[in-house]
Ligand binder design. Sequence first.
Ligand code: ADP
Ligand code: MG
Length: 724
Amino acid sequence: MSGNEARLQAIYQITNREPVAVSMPDKLGDIWAEDVFNLARMEWALSKNAFKAVKKTVQTGVPLDPATADVVAAAMKEWAISKGVKFFSHIFYPMTNITAEKHDGFIVTNADGSAITEFTGSLLIKGEPDGSSFPNGSIRMTNAARGYTAWDPTSPAYIMQTDNGATLMIPCVFMSWTGEALDKKIPLLRSNDAMNQAAQKVLSLMGETDIAPLNSSCGAEQEYFLVDTNFANSRPDLLLAGRTLFGAASPKGQQFDDHYFGAIPARVQVFMQDFEDQLYKLGIPAKTHHNEVAPGQFEIAPYFEAANVAADHQQLMMTLMKSTAKKHGFLCLLHEKPFAGINGSGKHVNWSVGNATQGNLLDPGSTPHDNLNFLLFCGAVIRGVHKFGPLLRAVIASAGNDHRLGANEAPPAILSVYLGDQLEKVFHDIKTGKLIKGEGGGVMDLGLDQILHFERDPGDRNRTSPFAFTGNRFEFRAVGSAQSVSGPLVAMNTMLADSLNWIAEKLEAALAKDSDQAVAVISVLKELMDAHGNVVFGGDGYSTDWHKMAVEERGLKNIPTTADALPALREESVKELFASTGVLSPVELESRFEVYAEQYVLSIEVEAKLVVDMAKTMIYPAAMRYLSDLGMTGASMLDMGVELDNSIAKTVADQANAMMSAVGKLAVAMEKHDFSSTEEHMQFCANDIRALMDEVRSHADMLETEVADELWPLPKYQEMLFIR
Ligand code: ADP
Ligand code: MG
């Protein structure tokens, strides 16, 4: 079947597709967390003492003693085997955005040839995957980068059901033999610790006596596209790069705004139900789903959970989304910009910190005292975003997200904080000294009443801000849809820890001078706002005025590409941040720079190769075939004495030639390997390679609008976006 026939066949087949039949359980209660070895299940399966020990480990992270680990392992195995499971796997989260697994059987054979099942505490606690197959950046230590996995009891084990059987999955950290973090989980756990310690200091200074451990929470909204597999299979770019590298704009795009919250197509509806039932079985609280702005784009948001669990669940969700979509005849695209010219996909990371005694510290609360705590934590976030804006930009940097940030649909590549009118006014008043006045510096009007009556949902949400306060949490909106949420969470927790440490120091001094708590808090916040208030911005983040003002007047950075963003990980202030909080050592941080830089370069190289291949083997031949058809028709028309307008032939020939000349330049550029530094290599990809890819594409997309439809080999935008 030639390319264009495949495309026409695909349209035919899709038009005749029916939703895949799936069995739908009656009640949520029947399936909720049925495949999770959670605390409830452990309480049932373990002795009282063993359960008490495990619960303490789960809730506080203290290590489990080996004897109890054996008991837990045995119970876990019994439960899994009773559900038909034969294998177990340590699942871990390497520095890529995907997960890794190593599967082992429960089976062991005896000397007499009989087989028994075995799963000991030590097998549960520790595994040894071949560390050298995972990116480790500069951490190439003596043991040839061998690494090991260790059970993270704070994230529940679960059973992964696939068509090829069921496996007991054990969430793990992944580290080198020398103890360096090789994954995304260790820094997240450490950042949570650092935040907890700093928050404890501030809360005790505020006179709190009973302070439970603080934890960060995360609820991530995930956007994605679904494209029918019949189309996707004819698009090497979608299959290998996850985005279209070619494609003329559809005559109809998203300009009618008729997709957002519109009726969900039947096949997609069935996919969503199937997907969500699997999430429920895994104890993942899927809560909302709807169409997104672009045609073919959707969103799912689970209810928020402890950050560490949410990060594991988010990763699991991405895996399941792809496999379930396949079952329903879709390719699920998590790429940030699968289609040029229409909205891309993001992941809104909603984040807050709190504990069992003081509650959510980013919630204004209901007493003036709660308000003061809230103001301190909120101020700490403002300081963090200002001081570490480039770090926040670096942790959301990827080749995919570069297409989105700064385009007029996603937050700009300038990190600012949106507080909403009311709260912005409070912080503004603090900054200008309006909140402290009166004789002898007493507190006249703290404006706390304003916050007490704070509107939870300030109606007019600012969707143009990359970092917005939304009533009881911050929402980091600039995160890419394909990215792990761990990087952003680590950065946010760590910058918060740093700010809370700073606040604790200042507050202690202020309290020593003035015993009035409110006065002390406001004076610290005034100092904070004087230094960092510039990052607060409530206006239109898309406007060119803001881009100018942010950089020229406010001193904020506009960091357009990953090549510009990643070097922040090498800055002294960032090294100092991570080292002082104990979240990442300089070696660990450097290894992350190297791994992310390499991923960036590799993904652009893959795309560039595809551009060359597809232009040469698919697009150019289609153009030539059309020219020859035109030539033949032209010749026969001339035979009949009809004068022919050959402007189309000329356009096609010109565009085809121009495209091939750009392809030639791109191929030459891709040969370049002599870079003096990783930074230089990244810049070359960001500027030279990307520009040449765009040049090839512009001619190819012109050709698409000229060449006869029946000859065009690649499914077109309007087909992929509107037929399902
Ligand atoms: P939006 O209006 O931004 O689309 P959604 O309801 O779709 O809001 O998603 C909001 C996300 O924020 C959900 O995952 C929700 O559970 C989460 N969330 C709500 N409160 C908190 C909180 N205190 N901390 C962290 N996440 C939260
Ligand atoms: Mg949101």
